[in-house]
Ligand binder design. Structure first.
Ligand code: CU
Length: 603
């Protein structure tokens, strides 16, 4: 108990108040005070859902910038409801979510619901320039979609590098038919991530500056569930730093089993996750339950950006405290040079938390880390995460794309990444799905739209992604998950043997690491008309253009009608951005939007 009280005090000290976004009744949805603000979720077992399903669950998000000190170092955080990570959304499979977002950030925003298919609601996928116009400051917008999946998901801003500034949260969808439902007593959520002390806007401006050659900004900290331990003696003079951030602590009772849902919400980093003395049994990869096999029990869980796993921990060790460890694998980052933004970072790559057995007292853990063995910068062993239900990949490919990762410097000596010799450049005020519905033909789009279309209903799309560059790229597909039919070294088509494709029992997920000098071949069914992003999830690489747009079944999709509120958002955004240009005061992020728009005009 004492342990818990000190933890709560610590939270208050470092400016934290983690709460559940309690579903609220529609008629109260404008009354923020009606929500409970005292229940935590990150360090308590997930509360049981109330009410029968399927039902509609209402949430109200207020986006606002507040000061927080996740790793001790105080900085402005772009937050949902003043929390980092943002509030928990929980629902059952089949439920509808209605999430009213009021933007008080001072700059535009969108929210993407990572991993959610958005079947029939492409316009609520939350991708600026592709599925919606950004929500201007002081404007509210409501996302409204049905959950046909279950598993561990998350949400994050998809507007410039805003999610790196803290605008992320957890989305859990339960399923009464989950095959592992009776295999654990309680469940917890853990986020792992890198963290920066500078807001993203100046970092992004430097990253995209002419003549810059230093790679991605170097992070300052590793966090577990939004808490880290920065060495405050390295903090610059005049900054505020609290050296006593409490360790993220998870309480267990000997003899019980726990499901931990683990999400990597980083901008740039691969992490490994482990708990001393406790092997972890993987039961879910990104919404897909996985087979009950011995190889699924691991000591280390490598988890790349935007990936999620559920594991079962058996609290069968002697009553004590044990370290929870999340370590950034620095060899998956590009080596920092004197030119790298934040080269002088005093990062501790290893974040620690505590697994606290009931009755163990408050002493520091004495546990020792497992010896480190991990195939660097690769996905978790495929044999650990084969789908629980056999799910062979489709054999007849109807649309076959080859995407080669592209890197170049333009005439201004600005770095660009892209697909097939083309760096993606979004139109903030004219999203692609609107253009399709206005009967524009994607084949007439500018090359920099990186638009790839396919029109066969329920056809099988295959993407062969070749990474012949020297950086690792975790790729995410919107609107779908996919079968990974091949993955391995060699970045040329000649390295890939079709006879070695695994079509029988391939891994299914929505985010996969494509290491340097390697390839991946994925397949999915064209069963979801819309505009879907396929992109590297290193946020700095997104902004450099490493994005493709998949135009799925445009013939049908062009007959859809954009809901009035989504269309109205573009009018509001246009009038907002015009006002911003006239104003002498613009926030850095608006300056960046203007810059992108100017870039378009100049072309
Ligand atoms: Cu990348």
């Amino acid at each position: 108990m004492k342990f818990k009280i000190s933890l709560i005090l610590g939270f208050i000290l470092c400016g934290f108040l983690v709460t559940i976004a309690t579903p609220i009744e529609l008629e109260k949805s404008n009354d923020l005070k009606s929500r409970s603000a005292s229940e935590s979720y990150l360090f308590d077992p997930l509360p049981k859902l109330k009410g029968n399903s399927p039902k509609t669950r209402y949430y109200h998000f207020e986006l606002k910038v507040i000061k927080l000190s996740p790793d001790g170092f105080e900085r402005p955080v772009w937050s949902v409801d003043g929390q980092y990570p943002g509030p928990l959304i929980q629902a059952n499979k089949g439920d509808r979510l209605v999430i009213n977002v009021t933007n008080n950030l001072g700059d535009p925003a969108t929210i993407h619901w990572h991993g959610i298919f958005q079947r029939g609601t492409n316009w609520y996928d939350g991708v600026r320039g592709q599925t919606q116009c950004p929500i201007p400051n002081r404007v509210s917008f409501t996302y409204n979609y049905t959950l046909e999946q279950s598993g561990t998901f998350w949400y994050h801003s998809h507007f410039l590098a805003q999610y790196v500034d803290g605008l992320i949260g957890v989305l859990i969808v339960h399923d009464r038919e989950d095959p592992y439902l009776n295999s654990y007593d309680e469940e917890y959520v853990i986020t792992v991530s890198d963290w920066y002390h500078s807001p993203s806007a100046p970092l992004l401006i430097q990253r995209t500056a002419p003549h810059y050659t230093g790679g991605n900004p170097y992070p300052d900290a590793a966090l577990i569930s939004g808490l880290g331990q920065y060495n405050c003696s390295a903090a610059p003079v005049g900054s505020h730093c609290n050296p006593n951030v409490p360790p993220p602590t998870y309480n267990v009772q000997k003899g019980k089993k726990y499901r931990f849902r683990i999400i990597n919400t980083s901008a740039y980093s691969t992490l490994t996750f482990s708990i001393d003395n406790h092997p972890l049994k993987v039961i879910e990869a990104e919404g897909t339950p996985v087979k009950n096999v011995s190889v699924a029990t691991v000591k280390f869980l490598p988890i790349h950006i935007a990936q999620r796993y559920s594991v079962i921990l058996n609290a069968n060790q002697p009553v004590a405290n044990y370290y929870i460890r999340a370590s950034i694998i620095d060899s998956c980052l590009a080596a920092r040079t004197n030119d790298t933004i934040n080269y002088n970072s005093s990062i501790n790559f290893n974040a620690t938390g505590i697994l606290h057995y009931h009755g163990a007292g408050n002493n520091k853990p004495k546990s020792i880390a497992y010896p480190f063995t991990f195939p660097l910068c690769q996905d978790l062993n495929a044999n650990a995460i084969r789908p629980y239900k056999d799910s062979p990949a489709p054999t007849k490919v109807t649309n076959d794309f080859v995407f080669e990762i592209y890197f170049a410097r333009d005439d201004d000596d600005v770095a660009h990444l892209g697909i097939n010799n083309s760096s993606f450049m979004p139109f903030f005020n004219n999203p692609t799905n609107l253009r399709i519905m206005l009967q524009e033909n994607y084949t007439d789009f500018d090359t920099d739209q990186n638009a790839y279309g396919y029109d066969i209903p329920n056809g099988c799309v295959q993407i062969t992604l070749l990474n012949n560059k020297t950086a690792d790229h975790p790729f995410h597909l919107h609107g779908h998950n996919f079968w990974i039919v091949a993955q391995g070294p060699g970045a040329f088509l000649s390295n890939i043997s079709k006879s070695s494709y695994n079509l029988k029992n391939p891994v299914i997920r929505d985010t996969t690491m494509v290491p340097r000098l390697s390839h991946v071949v994925i397949r999915y069914i064209a069963d979801n008309p819309g505009v879907w992003a396929f992109h590297c999830h290193i946020e700095w690489h997104v902004e450099l253009g490493l994005v493709a747009q998949l135009i799925e079944r445009p013939t049908e999709f062009s007959n859809e009608t954009l809901p009035d509120d989504v269309r109205a958002l573009c009018l509001e955004y246009n009038s907002y951005s015009k006002k911003q240009k006239r104003s002498t005061f613009t926030l850095p992020k608006d300056a960046m939007v203007n810059r992108v728009q100017m870039y378009r005009k100049e072309k």
